[in-house]
Design a protein around this ligand. Structure first.
Ligand code: SAH
Length: 244
């Protein structure tokens, strides 16, 4: 059955309404009408079967008939702190990380990030990236849409990490600890992965992160591109503690 994300407040309403580009998709592409059923998801883990009651100008009005557990979510929360890279690379990273089960993406304004975002551009990029996460979540049939956070600097990101989380920073300069050896026996409550931008992290950023308890790891002798490093780490982590 086709799945559609609606905002949580719509999901809770007695007559949840699907609006935006999905309307055209439902009526023109899938050719569904009154009486047909679809799946509604709130993007935060809830799902329901719903009957189409009315097709109006403002959207498709539905009635929920039954809730169900949608699956699709890994048993571990992993956040990717991604050094701001060029536009298409960020989109690639967001799409692939979503498929791999990331819980959230935190764009990092890193010292060597060539991309600079001012106030307005920051907001428009963030909403575009959030859209990429939404599309990827639909395509891969996730129940949750990973949150794309506003771009922040290292200090701010570090201050937001809750106690008990495991934070890992892949760094080419790390020669002794591999990612494999850095992963403990016990599944951590939450994991943060810090990946540098195209030009990598500056030493001062690595020191700052280490000072806050972030563990630097090596991903082996080959230098991965920034857009490869995050998805590679996610795949390894999902294999270890997730559901791959
Ligand atoms: N500074 C490098 C490239 C950075 S690669 C250069 O220009 O030569 C981008 C990011 O991917 C790095 O900041 C790091 O977080 C991660 N990365 C890539 N390959 C890695 C490896 N072999 N070990 C650890 N981290 C790696």
């Amino acid at each position: 059955m086709s799945r559609f994300f609606i905002p949580p407040e719509q999901f809770d309403s007695p007559r949840p309404t699907v609006s935006g580009p999905d309307v055209r998709h439902i009526t023109k592409v899938l050719r569904l009408g009154t009486g047909h059923t679809i799946n509604l998801l709130d993007g935060a883990g809830r799902a329901a079967v719903a009957v189409i009651e009315h097709i109006g100008k403002d959207g498709i009005v539905c009635r929920i008939t039954e809730h169900f557990s949608p699956g699709g979510e890994p048993p571990i929360d992993v956040f990717l702190v991604q050094g701001l890279a060029k536009g298409e690379k960020m989109e690639y990273v967001i799409q692939k990380s979503t498929e791999l089960g990331v819980s959230g993406i935190m764009p990092l304004v890193s010292k060597r990030s060539v991309v600079r975002l001012d106030g307005e551009k920051k907001a428009s990029r963030q909403s575009r990236w959030q859209r990429v996460a939404l599309e990827a979540s639909k395509q891969c049939r996730r129940a949750r849409i990973p949150e794309v956070f506003p771009p922040r600097e290292m200090g701010e990101v570090l201050r937001g990490i809750p106690p008990g989380a495991l934070s890992i920073l892949p760094w080419e300069g790390e020669k002794s600890l591999s990612l494999k050896d850095a992963l403990p026996e016990e599944k951590p409550g939450r994991l943060y992965i810090f990946v540098g931008p195209e030009g990598g992290f500056e030493d001062s950023e690595v020191e700052e992160a280490r000072g806050s308890g972030v563990v630097t790891v090596s991903l082996g002798p080959r230098i991965l591109r920034t857009e490869t490093a995050g998805p590679a780490c996610l795949a390894i982590i999902m294999h270890r503690w997730g559901d791959m």
